[in-house]
Design a protein around this ligand. Structure first.
Ligand SMILES: Cc1cc2nc3c(=O)[nH]c(=O)nc-3n(C[C@H](O)[C@H](O)[C@H](O)COP(=O)(O)OP(=O)(O)OC[C@H]3O[C@@H](n4cnc5c(N)ncnc54)[C@H](O)[C@@H]3O)c2cc1C
Length: 456
């Protein structure tokens, strides 16, 4: 089935979130060589939170942000809007102290909410919780296992528990679901733009249309001048592979979204989606969705997962095949949505480390630092990263600097063509596994094999 496209359908152009909020006019470029205390490369949430917290802690510090396009151009202006408490990757890989990291993630949601209030950032934020639904017996088994494993990591009943999906959002074919209150809905571009405004108001210049071509100790090089700084922080996530010396660190993984035209009140009543709760599923080729403030469904999932040589398709144009696949899945979840149509489709890139777990790091010797590898969980984690980078840069030992994701060493991805082959094989196997699980009681061995080859 082909997607039903609205007459006003737009493909790419960064994201629907900017169509709704207005694409910003990029600010000034860097105008020559500059000295600073801290140079931040990349004006997504990571770079913006870092600049924000540094400047709030030490107003006298000279902080500059260098951005290749405009603030919020990357995943931060394109994501599904889940301000989620979920950690990237598995708890075991962070070690015993993962419990503390998990609590810090939950607290970070409230911290983002508090800053939005303090800085008057209106980003349609509502903390409405999240439901993950299982639609096959195999998915239901995985869901129960996920909840049981979460318990062993100190995630208590009120944090995550099984529910009857009919009591929350009535997804067609749903067998069971989990519920967590630790998730808020946001409009991603509004958060990025609001944060950029707050950062500028604190006196931090954001030099836009200023690509950094190389990062070396105490230096960020651009075609318009070099910034020399005590610390240079790389906050480039899915774009990192384009920087010399970082090509195999984080794999740029694609994620794609569609958004419907606004749906009538009768639709929301029929499916019981009453508030701003987020919706996900337990498929290997998983989906994520939100009800937007103007009553659309924004629905995301995997598109073409990875482009050979870690290339990035910058403005978010999305393959027709992906738009059709997302529409088929959306209308399979909600048959009543067939009366609507797709208003916009777009894509963006996540940063995926070899072990699928995030890292934050500052090397005092070289002044180089970075945070990322959020694998699709960055909306909340970037806030924790910004506060942690602040403490690491200021040389202050704190509760945050002792969290187990600080200074983790992760092996790089394999060189091409192995990298391309591995990722494409993984996604082919996941698709096949989802298909087989329609008639199987248990998780398909194909999915376990896919996890094994890519370290997922
Ligand atoms: C479609 C999609 C859906 C997602 N959904 C969710 C979700 O619902 N919840 C969630 O938690 N996470 C989600 N994510 C992931 C989340 O958006 C990211 O983890 C998060 O935004 C990362 O923020 P960042 O600042 O580290 O990176 P980015 O937002 O990608 O910012 C990096 C910035 O660096 C700039 N840059 C890159 N290279 C250079 C250079 N050489 N010189 C200068 N500037 C440079 C880029 O232009 C960009 O602005 C999603 C991602 C995508 C793509």
């Amino acid at each position: 089935m082909s997607a039903s496209l609205s007459p006003a359908f737009v493909n790419g152009d960064v994201s629907f979130w900017y169509r709704a909020a207005g694409l910003p006019t990029p600010g000034p470029r860097l105008g020559g060589d500059l000295q600073a205390d801290v140079a931040v490369v990349g004006a997504g949430y990571t770079g913006l939170w870092t600049a924000y917290y540094l400047k709030r802690a030490r107003p006298s510090l000279q902080v500059v942000v260098l951005e290749q396009e405009f603030a919020g151009f990357g995943a931060s202006g394109r994501n599904g809007g889940w301000l989620t408490g979920d950690l990237a990757g598995s708890h075991e890989r962070y070690g015993e102290d993962a419990r503390r990291l998990q609590r810090a993630m939950y607290a970070s949601i409230d911290e983002v909410i508090a800053v939005c209030e303090k800085e008057s950032i209106d980003c349609d934020l509502v903390k409405g919780g999240v439901m993950n639904v299982a639609r096959t017996p195999a998915q239901a088994g995985r869901l129960r296992e996920t909840v049981a494993v979460a318990r062993s990591w100190g995630i208590e009943e009120p944090d995550l528990h099984l529910v009857d999906p009919a009591d929350h959002v009535r997804v067609s074919g749903a067998l069971t679901a989990s519920w967590s209150p630790h998730c808020a809905r946001i409009q991603p571009a509004k958060l990025a733009q609001g944060l950029a405004r707050a950062v500028r108001d604190l006196g931090v210049p954001i030099y836009e249309r200023t690509p950094v071509t190389e990062i070396t100790p105490h230096r960020a090089l651009t075609p318009y001048g070099t910034v020399s700084a005590g610390h240079v922080i790389r906050a480039t996530e899915g774009f990192t592979a384009r920087l010399r010396g970082s090509r195999r660190q984080w794999l740029p993984m694609n994620s794609s979204m569609i958004v419907t035209e606004p749906l009538p009140a009768s639709f929301w009543d029929e499916v019981g989606w009453r508030g701003a709760e987020l919706l996900g599923d337990m498929a290997h080729y998983y989906m994520y969705a939100q009800r937007t403030a103007d009553d659309r469904i924004a629905f995301g999932g995997r598109g073409r997962p990875y482009l050979y040589g870690s290339r990035v398709d910058a403005r978010g144009h999305t393959h027709e095949w992906t738009v059709d696949a997302l529409w088929r899945l959306l209308t399979d979840f909600f048959p009543a949505a067939r009366s609507s149509s797709v208003a916009h489709a777009w894509s963006g890139v996540l940063g995926v480390p070899r072990d699928w777990c995030s890292t934050v790091h500052v090397d005092p010797a070289t002044g180089l630092g970075w945070a990322g590898g959020y694998t699709g969980h960055g909306v909340t984690t970037t806030n924790l990263a910004g506060r942690t980078l602040r403490d690491l840069i200021l040389g202050e030992e704190s509760e945050l600097t002792s969290l187990p994701w600080v200074g983790r060493r992760v092996r790089p991805w394999e060189p091409e063509p192995l990298r391309w082959l591995g990722v494409h094989t993984m996604y082919r196997l996941y698709r096949l596994a989802d298909h087989r699980e329609r008639t199987m009681p248990r998780t398909s061995a194909l999915a376990r094999f896919a996890d094994l080859i890519t370290g997922h």
